[in-house]
Ligand binder design. Structure first.
Ligand SMILES: Nc1ncnc2c1ncn2[C@@H]1O[C@H](COP(=O)(O)OP(=O)(O)O)[C@@H](O)[C@H]1O
Ligand SMILES: O=C(O)[C@H](O)[C@@H](O)[C@H](O)[C@H](O)COP(=O)(O)O
Length: 185
């Protein structure tokens, strides 16, 4: 397939987004962003207290990630983004910016379409049991494992017409990376 501007690694907390994303970006020579690094202090504190984020907490975060992606892709950069992106609406915001935002007008008053990115969505998918087992072993991370059930409750797996593949988290890391690289050929 033609290389997308952005490869989005999505999934619940602990599905391997950060680990797979860093490996993949380094193999591809693409830029890597971990969306966790872009949460506001308020969002981090909320999650650390064991309170799941809601749409209002996530929308500004997703909009700022969209802006970063647009800037990079416009400069010819290919990007790997690790981001939970649990709902279809969240992936739409990453692709097109804030949903329902009024169309911008240029100087002549003509409406401009918002910048739309070409995304390949890679859903790292697995059972609650396997992923919670990994989270319980993970050290030094602000996300408490107790929030995992809310992540599964919020998850809307990608479906047509989204441009996506689903990869099992039960594969080992080299297999996951190889499967994604194969899709990009
Ligand atoms: N395919 C895999 N097989 C075994 N362990 C994995 C795999 N993917 C990730 N891990 C481990 O699971 C934990 C969660 O992975 P991480 O990349 O932090 O997930 P996320 O960024 O989605 O929260 C880490 O300790 C990581 O080393
Ligand atoms: O949308 C969200 O609720 C958060 O982005 C969440 O999904 C994310 O998982 C945390 O930032 C924890 O980070 P990890 O995904 O690395 O556990």
């Amino acid at each position: 397939m033609a290389a997308p501007g952005v490869l989005l690694l999505m999934g619940v907390s602990g599905s391997g987004k950060s680990t797979v994303g860093a490996l993949l970006a380094s193999q591809l020579g693409w830029k890597f962003y971990d969306a966790d690094d872009y949460h506001s202090e308020e969002n981090r504190m909320k999650m650390a207290k064991g309170i799941p984020l809601n749409d209002q907490d996530r929308i500004p975060w997703l909009c700022s990630l969209h802006d970063i992606l647009v800037r990079d892709v416009a400069s010819g950069q290919h990007v790997v983004l690790a981001c939970s992106a649990l709902k279809k609406m969240y992936r739409d915001i990453l692709t097109r910016g804030k949903e329902g935002a009024p169309l911008k007008r240029d100087d002549s008053g003509k409406e401009e379409k918002p910048a739309e990115l070409q995304l390949l969505v890679v859903h790292l998918s697995g059972s609650f049991e396997v992923i919670s087992g990994r989270l319980l072993k993970r050290k030094g991370h602000f996300m408490p494992p107790e929030l995992l059930q809310s992540q599964f409750d919020t998850l809307e797996p990608p479906s047509a017409p989204e441009n996506f593949i689903q990869v099992s988290v039960e594969k080992n890391l080299p297999e996951i990376v190889a499967t994604i690289m194969e899709t990009l050929k």
